[in-house]
Design a protein around this ligand. Structure first.
Ligand code: SAJ
Length: 416
């Protein structure tokens, strides 16, 4: 650890902010976590967590009980401030920077000469420069990199997170980190800070490139999943098993196709490419098309299900999985949720939903009368149409013999 940081403040204690705060604290830095959600603050101060992430509970418990992590709703002075707040959409897929701006304004009064400010939130290109402008407007007594370069009182950098939900605690430490300083000194100071826990490489660049790098990584994955999803539709038309096809093609030493599915979900891959499209709509043609291909996939799956029900007198449709990907409980932007929602809206029949990672029906579905949350055994026994939506580990154990005589739509290739 470098001696220039003894107190670190994390603004936003969600899926990224809380694990990062806890890891800093585990390295014996004094961490002040800030969140507008009083309930989250109270939970953390009791040494507990308000989100689901393996191993996080143990680290937070230790950090709080040893006095290295404390949560509050109002920023306090610190040597470094990290901002990890949401950047959702507004309007037609436009990035909404309201939370980033509010977080920035909230730290302005407590900034002092020598402090480091890092933006971690996934953001459109140019956001770090905006943060610097907002801070300079609020604190005219201090100098900032856009005014004073290497001599600035305050250093500012953009350092995106790239951790995979479910593996956050491990990947925070072991992933390489892109460090986008507004000046080389800003990058150096941010590297010094992250090196308190990052065991992998910290690679310096400028803020704009770092912002674009984060968006590029998730767009790369989105475009490649869109390719797989488009292939699956082509294969349906040509009567080819897409899973076999992808497997065979991937035997080529320079081909690595991803897996088709019912669409792309989560709060990252289905969102971040739009931040490129909204800034450069005329240029980002492939990225935009990939978004549209992936967003259209749930509708395609629903059409397949409706076609399967055409020959069934009283359709009972078992939908296996609601989460946005396997073995997690996160339903955000989930294509499986969308499929069930569309099916219910089209009154396709009675719907039996199975999701081993939740206990109650999500409110978005509860309003429809003809949907029930049941066990996998009940769903398979009572249905005549079975739709595999999420390849949860548990679903691989289903006896294939039980599917005999039923219409099966396997969007994930579990029964390939
Ligand atoms: N999916 C497919 N086929 C595939 C792979 C994924 O349909 O072959 C679907 C999943 O089922 C899911 C969606 O894509 O619905 C996204 O899942 P994911 O596992 O690809 O990604 P996330 O959203 O959990 O995490 C991503 C990661 N980014 C990349 O892999 C480039 C992670 O490293 C980022 O930190 C995270 O986004 C983020 O926070 O941005």
């Amino acid at each position: 650890m470098t001696s220039s940081f003894s107190t670190v403040s994390m603004i936003g204690l969600g899926y990224i902010g809380l694990p990062t705060a806890a890891i800093f604290a585990s390295r014996k830095l004094k961490v002040i976590g800030v969140d507008v959600n009083q309930q989250a603050v109270d939970t953390i101060n009791k040494g507990k967590i308000h989100i689901v992430e393996p191993e996080l509970d143990i680290i937070v418990q230790a950090a709080v009980s040893q006095g290295f992590l404390r949560a509050t709703t109002r920023p306090e002075p610190a040597d470094a401030f990290l901002i990890a707040v949401p950047t959702p959409f507004k309007g037609d897929h436009e990035p909404d920077l309201a939370y980033v701006e509010a977080a920035t304004q909230s730290i302005a009064p407590v900034l002092k000469k020598g402090d480091l400010v890092i933006l971690e939130s996934t953001s459109p290109v140019g956001t770090t420069e905006k943060v610097a402008i907002w801070l300079a407007e609020a604190r005219q007594d201090l100098s900032f990199p856009q005014q004073a370069g290497e001599q600035a009182d305050i250093n500012i950098a953009y350092c995106p997170e790239r951790v995979l939900p479910g593996r956050v605690v491990h990947e925070l430490v072991s992933n390489d980190r892109v460090i986008g300083g507004m000046t080389p000194r800003c990058s150096q100071r941010a590297t010094d800070l992250y090196k308190t826990f990052v065991e992998a490489e910290c690679i310096p660049t400028n803020a704009r490139t770092a912002e674009m790098c984060k968006l590029t990584e998730n767009s790369f994955r989105d475009v490649n999943i869109a390719f797989a999803n488009e292939l699956s539709i082509i294969c349906d038309k040509l009567n080819i098993n897409v899973w076999e096809l992808v497997n065979l093609a991937n035997h080529h030493p320079r081909v690595n196709i991803l897996q088709p599915g019912p669409g792309v979900g989560g709060h990252c891959i289905a969102v971040d490419p739009w931040f490129i499209v909204s800034r450069t709509p005329n240029e980002a043609r492939l990225i935009h098309t990939a978004r549209k291909v992936n967003d259209a996939k749930p509708n395609y799956v629903v059409d397949q299900i409706i076609a399967a029900t055409a020959s069934v007198a009283d359709p009972v449709i078992a939908c296996l999985g609601l989460a946005f990907k396997p073995d997690i409980d996160d339903l955000r932007e989930s294509p499986a949720m969308e499929v069930v929602h569309l099916l219910a809206a089209r009154q396709a029949g009675k719907i039996l939903v199975v999701e081993p990672h939740i206990e109650t029906m999500p409110t978005a579905l509860a309003d429809f009368g003809d949907i029930e949350l049941v066990s996998v055994e009940d769903a398979i026994r009572s249905s005549n149409v079975i739709v595999m939506l999420v390849s949860h580990r548990d679903f691989y154990k289903i006896d294939k013999g039980l599917l005999k005589g039923k219409h099966v739509i396997d969007t994930r290739g579990v029964w390939r």
